[in-house]
Design a binder for this molecule. Sequence first.
Ligand code: ADP
Ligand code: ASP
Ligand code: MG
Length: 424
Amino acid sequence: MALVVQKYGGSSVADAEGIKRVARRIVDTKKSGNQVVVVVSAMGDTTDELIDLAEQVAPIPSGREFDMLLTAGERISMALLAMAIKSLGHAAQSFTGSQAGVITDSVHNKARIIDVTPGRIRTALDEGNIAIVAGFQGVSQDKKDITTLGRGGSDTTAVALAAALDASVCEIYTDVDGVFTADPRVVKKARKMEWIAFEDMLELASSGSKVLLHRCVEYARRYNIPIHVRSSFSGLPGTWVSNEPPQGDKPMEQAIISGVSHDTSEAKITVVGVPDKPGEAATIFRAIADAEINIDMVVQNVSAAATGLTDISFTLPKTEGHKAMEALTRAQSVVAFDSLRYDDQIGKISLVGAGMKTNPGVTATFFEALSNAGVNIELISTSEIRISVVTRVNDVNSAVQAVHSAFGLDSDSDEAVVYGGTGR
Ligand code: ADP
Ligand code: ASP
Ligand code: MG
């Protein structure tokens, strides 16, 4: 008997009808002779609504109580889903992350999974149950406090459980038919991929394609768990994310470009007037690191010879903006920079593809496409298989569409379907 892990995102269980539809799908999987473990997200935009509520009560909520609050979202959907399955005549039990054995470190709001001990899930399966697990949460190893894994973290819960239970596949059900060459909400002519390698998916995810969370892909690659991303609203096959194309397929030539991603969740901080001498950048970024903030792109301008001062800009999640500004203000007594500038009206566009390494024209075509679309570039960063630029947030959609067309990625058949969700 195969063990299948399925994850249903918030848009798939947005209301009672959605929960019943998903329950039928789960029961069908069980009836085809599989053991089924289901990871479920909070209904619709519940997590965002809980965050809004917390912000009304306290300006910068964070930490232990914030995690307690947010995990309530997944507990609602896990219980409702178990009830819906039972009413279809099948045995089901729901489990919180802690009950399912998801053990994390103690960094609230973005905890890392350090161990998974799914003893209770195994017992539930052996007794013939469908096991429903609340996504995005765990319990800290040392303090035994409830933690969350960061936004979109249910994807990681699903892959971590699939690895711990030695599942044959991890299916991620969402509101689009798979992984596309760009976000179908922005590019109507985006193409669905049948398969994408872990390496390319990692770059797409880390540069903003939220269809899969970066950490979940990292985890799947480490434990070699194939992921099947598909829609819970259609019966269509989706996209396989794995090391190799699925068996039986003809060997494919690796595409030069996998896709175009965008991200509007970041802000830019510029440290103005930094003395241009060794150690200053180190002090600035140590202050940021000590505040446990992950940064993304970094640019240091050439210093003006007359002043010996330079500007350093970097991008970071908007949610960390306030904390970063506070940490830098504290560091000002050591670094003696002039001032700080905070800009949250930026967006990032990235082009991803393993074939980029060996195709010299890619960078030129990318910049020409942006220029033809009249998009001004503020920051640039590259890796072996990715080019990213920062632009004004209002330019993001037209930039993504322009780049997608310029690389011949537009599909000439059906338009990509978005079945649900608010895109929030
Ligand atoms: P869920 O609630 O199922 O976790 P998410 O909203 O987290 O769903 O992720 C699905 C969304 O990801 C899609 O609705 C789509 O707008 C977005 N997305 C971004 N980039 C891509 C891409 N390359 N392919 C498919 N979807 C993408
Ligand atoms: N509900 C959480 C979020 O919205 C986790 C998830 O859906 O993966 O981020
Ligand atoms: Mg998601």
